[in-house]
Design a protein. Structure first.
Length: 138
């Protein structure tokens, strides 16, 4: 009986040690990748859609080194023009805010961000206009 209890206890301890918890990925690291815009609102008015001002938008956050990395933001508009912004991004220590600085620019746009499942939600006041973006990983 003592042998059975000892073997059972040893198996239990082995199982506990073998089950590793997956390391949690920080929100900062979750930003990395290509994001397709699903909603672009400015002061609660939708700007993204086939017949609206912005027809498509894709935001790429490249590898984060420390608290900063590079980004590329491509936007297509209704008249067929494409706009590409290349720059750098910096995240805060709480991983809930990102500053986007265009290459050669001194001014930056600040967005609060969080994840709603697979959707990246970014909100910021840009030139006195509240911009709300919802993006899905591509």
């Amino acid at each position: 009986m003592k042998t059975t209890i000892f073997v059972g206890l040893a198996l239990f301890v082995t199982l506990l040690m073998a089950c590793k918890k997956d390391p949690e990925i920080s929100n900062c690291a979750k930003l990395e990748g290509i994001w397709q815009c699903e909603s672009w609102k400015e002061d609660s008015i939708q700007f993204l859609g086939a017949t609206l001002a912005i027809t498509a938008s894709e935001l790429t956050f490249k590898v984060l080194t420390g608290d900063q990395g590079d980004y590329e933001w491509n936007t297509d508009n209704l008249i067929g023009a494409q706009n590409m912004i290349i720059g750098s991004y910096v995240v805060n220590t709480d991983c809930d805010q990102v500053n986007l600085t265009p290459k050669g620019g001194t001014a930056y746009d600040t967005y609060d961000f969080h994840f709603d499942g697979d959707v990246l939600v970014m909100e910021g006041t840009i030139n006195s206009v509240l911009r709300e973006l919802q993006l899905r990983r591509k």
